[in-house]
Design a binder for this molecule. Structure first.
Ligand code: NAD
Length: 407
């Protein structure tokens, strides 16, 4: 039977939710748009559009990234904010979901201009965010530097130090040890569990990775460390392939030195399009959304697709992969390691303590494991794929919170 296009509908059907509750869960709770005027280095003023979409507060403060990218729009942020709600609920974190940012090209702005933009955006959304309300984090085009500026802008506005106001901060300001590696490690943990489920030994399993950034490179390292063979990796510059497995540490050093994967000594070139159809056991899309489509999904030969990126598989591709027996580990489970350690960072800020690396790692491993077990259980009991099961778990938890609070 062909899967219905919308996974949210499938999950809501499984849960037999009534129409009113469905409408509450589908729509964002609050959408804030702001004007962000910035004085440029040449003295001129440019006005940027800022957005913060808060999808749900049902289970706690909203949580989600701040993106500085030309594509930022309200329409684009709504599904991403909703995905944060489901991801946090699936992992059992006491958060709702949010997403936002500023429509700008950060590569066109100087560091001083970016700082002014970040501070002004923060001031504009300040009435709607805070440690008990909505906790921003880095996303495309932002990182620890921007989080430090946001933290300082809040401090300036409110006259008190509030390290729980953002996560993804530099370590010196209360960032969590291990946050940088959390998403990639979580992806690797999911790949190990998926291999077990498919009866594929992880040792020597061939892995192809699309995107060699924060998520892809860390997942590659973690998988190589447990004996898998990372045979191919691509980034925006091209890609590399070696049938016996790439030396991931040397590849990481090469990428750090040259800024690109292409040209890695001893490896063949691997164009982006070739990577998706490689004869491997595991494919990890860890770059952009919409990479596996109705047009190319049939060429996937991997037995496992582990979604490191957010939304890398279109609904059409999902149906093709399902029909072809490919196990897809959905993004809201697979890449949830990052927000899990962000929760650890927020909790540390509230308690005024610092967790050592081993505690962060144990929290991450336990959380991912628990979520995996829950998703597998629902998939088996209800006879559905992992994505539908993950959404059923997440949506069920948010629905229960909404019902308990009452309208
Ligand atoms: P990043 O910017 O560190 O890395 C992205 C990588 O993708 C880069 O190597 C880039 O060169 C590559 N890339 C870009 N276009 C490509 C293309 N067409 N083909 C192949 N590679 C391409 O970003 P990241 O933090 O690793 O995030 C990657 C994805 O994971 C995004 O979808 C992001 O939303 C998602 N994600 C990230 C985190 C996190 O903690 N960083 C958490 C959850 C989800």
């Amino acid at each position: 039977m062909a899967a219905k296009a919308d996974v949210l509908d499938r999950a809501m059907d499984l849960l037999s939710l009534d129409p009113g509750l469905r409408a509450v869960l589908r729509r964002p709770r609050r959408v804030v748009t702001v004007q962000v005027p910035v004085r440029l280095d040449n003295g001129a003023v440019e006005v940027f559009e800022g957005v913060r979409v808060q999808h749900s507060f049902a289970r706690g403060p909203a949580k989600g990234g701040v993106r500085f990218h030309p594509s930022v729009t309200v329409e684009g942020m709504v599904p991403l904010a909703a995905a944060m709600t489901w991801k946090c609920a699936l992992l059992g974190l006491p958060f709702g979901g949010a997403k936002g940012g500023v429509a700008c090209d950060p590569r066109r702005l100087s560091a001083a201009e970016l700082e002014r933009l970040t501070r002004r955006y923060t001031a504009e959304i300040a009435p709607f965010v805070g440690p008990d309300l909505d906790v921003p984090a880095p996303d495309l085009g932002t990182g620890p530097r921007e989080m430090a500026w946001m933290l300082d802008a809040f401090w300036t506005l409110r006259g008190r130090s509030d390290p729980g106001v953002v996560t993804g901060k530099p370590l010196c300001l209360g960032g969590a040890i291990g946050r940088d590696e959390a998403t990639g490690k979580g992806v690797a943990a999911c790949v190990r569990r998926a291999c077990e489920r498919q009866g594929i030994p992880c040792v020597n399993a061939r892995v192809a990775i699309q995107g060699f950034g924060n998520v892809g490179a860390v997942a590659a390292r973690a998988l190589a460390a447990c004996g898998a063979r990372v045979v191919a990796a691509t980034d925006s510059s091209g890609g590399v392939f070696h049938a016996h497995g790439l030396d991931v540490d040397a590849l990481t050093a090469h990428k750090r030195r040259t800024g690109r994967l292409a040209g890695f000594p001893g490896a063949e070139d691997c164009p982006a399009a070739r990577l998706l159809g490689l004869d491997v056991e595991v494919l990890v899309p860890a770059a952009l959304e919409g990479q596996l489509t109705g047009a190319n999904a049939a060429s996937v030969r991997a037995r496992i697709v582990a979604e490191g990126a957010n939304g890398p598989t279109t609904p059409e591709a999902d149906a093709v992969l399902l029909a072809n027996g490919v196990l897809v580990v959905p993004d809201i489970l697979c890449n949830a390691g990052g927000v899990t350690v962000s929760h650890a960072e927020w909790a540390q800020a509230r308690d005024g303590v610092t967790w050592e690396a081993a505690r962060v790692d144990a929290y991450l491993a336990r959380s991912m494991d628990t979520a995996w077990e829950e998703v597998s259980r629902i998939a088996a009991e209800r006879g559905v794929d992992l994505r539908t099961a993950a959404y059923a778990s997440a949506v069920g938890r948010v629905a229960e919170a909404v019902r308990s609070r009452g309208v």
